[in-house]
Ligand binder design. Structure first.
Ligand code: NAD
Ligand code: MG
Length: 394
């Protein structure tokens, strides 16, 4: 049995809490070196009392001060603040494993720090890879970091591939990746019905319980678009070799098709503890606390093609990957701004893809030759997206 010491970036989130649930079941196997959160010091303090990390990090200085006060009786826990603190615990020699579960572009710097330090990196934070694609994968190759996908679809694909051929699909005889999608809460809505859906409806996913941003992304199908790009980088392929299959039951988490006609699938209850446990213990298998699959109760599987007219975000993401360079970073940034505006009630659901498309048209694509260039494009696209939202809402 291999023992691991974990830094958990984004401990208070949906993936963070599921990760801690798996860790809690295996105290002999896993210890926690660091826990991090954005602003909710009270929630992180509760987790620190249970898991006793050596370090706790809050993204803001004020939140770190609050956490320090809350943990005054536990002086052994060092409290750090800001991006610097996040990057420090991600690269610290005391931890061998880093769960990257911060949401959005904010996760890129610490995830990259973990990659550069050669850690086992459990990647939930798909936005980091979407933004920086080739540079991120080059950094993995250079440092020898062990990158394991946690996104359920990518973890499924990984499990359906020979472990030594993950970056060489042709060499493995792989012809296609079949990326499954639930279709989200509005799968059967008409264009008219889609216009006025509320943030509450968008966040009520039929099969998965997740953070707000990814719930909205699932509802627009941008989540599948980001996952398409994520799959291209992880498995060294292109959108032409990936076919999205809407599968409303969310039991088949994705499939891999081989030249001899075989199609391998990974199935399971829709519970993120399965891919998390797979990544934490890989190549071993451990109990994740997930209920056994009852196929008799499920009865039938259904498959549909995605509707790119009602859900243009999937098309926009595929186009951004093909455009290359900084286009995926701009797509991701525009999406983050549009989703935040929708959640605040200042943008209609149907205008999320409109803002992204206009932002992409206004943001010049340049080669993504450095992380500085990528961060600059991210900032530029955010400015354009905010402007476009202002124009729509006056
Ligand atoms: P969440 O909103 O529930 O949690 C996000 C975590 O990140 C929280 O701990 C929060 O404190 C932290 N955070 C947010 N902004 C931050 C910032 N600026 N600086 C530092 N920390 C910050 O999100 P989630 O649903 O757990 O998703 C996390 C990531 O995992 C996302 O990239 C998402 O796409 C991916 N993912 C999630 C699921 C899921 O089932 N929830 C499935 C697949 C992939
Ligand atoms: Mg997914």
């Amino acid at each position: 049995m291999s023992q691991r010491t974990v830094t958990l970036l984004g401990a208070t989130g949906s993936i963070g809490l599921s990760t801690l649930d798996v860790i809690r079941r295996h105290p002999e196997r896993f210890s926690v070196y660091a826990l991090t959160a954005s602003t909710r010091a009270e929630e992180l303090a509760v987790l620190c009392r249970e898991f006793r990390p050596a370090v706790a990090v809050m993204a803001s200085t004020e939140a770190a001060e609050t956490l320090n006060e809350l943990l005054a009786d536990l002086p052994d826990i060092r409290v750090l603040a800001g991006e610097e603190g996040l990057c420090e615990v991600a690269a610290a020699p005391e931890a061998d494993t880093v769960m990257a579960a911060i949401v959005g572009a904010a996760g890129l710097p610490p995830t990259l720090a973990a990659v550069r330090a050669g850690k086992r990196v459990l990647l939930a934070n798909k936005e980091a890879l979407v933004m920086s694609g080739k540079l991120f994968m080059d950094a993995v190759a250079e440092s020898g970091a062990e990158l394991l996908p946690i996104d359920s679809e990518h973890n499924a694909i990984f499990q359906c591939m020979p472990a030594d051929k993950v970056r060489d699909p042709r060499g493995a005889g792989i012809t296609r990746i079949l990326l499954t999608a639930s279709g989200g809460p509005f799968r059967t809505h008409t264009v008219e019905q889609l216009r006025c859906v509320s943030p509450e409806e968008a966040c009520a996913h039929p099969n998965w319980s997740m953070g707000q941003k990814i719930s909205v992304d699932s509802a627009t199908l941008m989540n599948k678009g980001l996952e398409l790009i994520e799959a291209c980088w992880l498995f060294n392929t292109t959108p032409a070799n990936i076919e999205v299959h809407v599968h409303p039951e969310s039991i088949i988490h994705s499939m891999v098709e081989y030249a001899d006609g075989s199609v391998l699938a990974q199935l399971g209850s829709p519970d993120m503890r399965t891919p998390i446990a797979n990544g934490l213990a890989w190549p071993e298998r451990i109990d994740a606390g997930v209920a056994p699959l009852d196929l008799f109760a499920i009865g039938r599987f259904h498959f549909e093609r995605p509707d790119l007219v009602r859900f243009p975000c999937l098309r926009l993401a595929a186009e951004a990957f093909v455009a290359g360079g900084t286009a995926p970073a701009a797509l991701n940034a525009a999406n983050e701004i549009a989703v935040a505006a929708f959640l605040e009630g200042t943008l209609c659901f149907a205008d999320i893809p409109v803002i992204i498309e206009r932002t992409l048209a206004a943001t010049e694509v340049v080669p993504a030759d450095s992380f500085e260039t990528i961060f600059a494009k991210d900032a530029e696209a955010r400015r354009h997206a905010r402007e476009q939202i202002g124009l729509l809402t006056v």
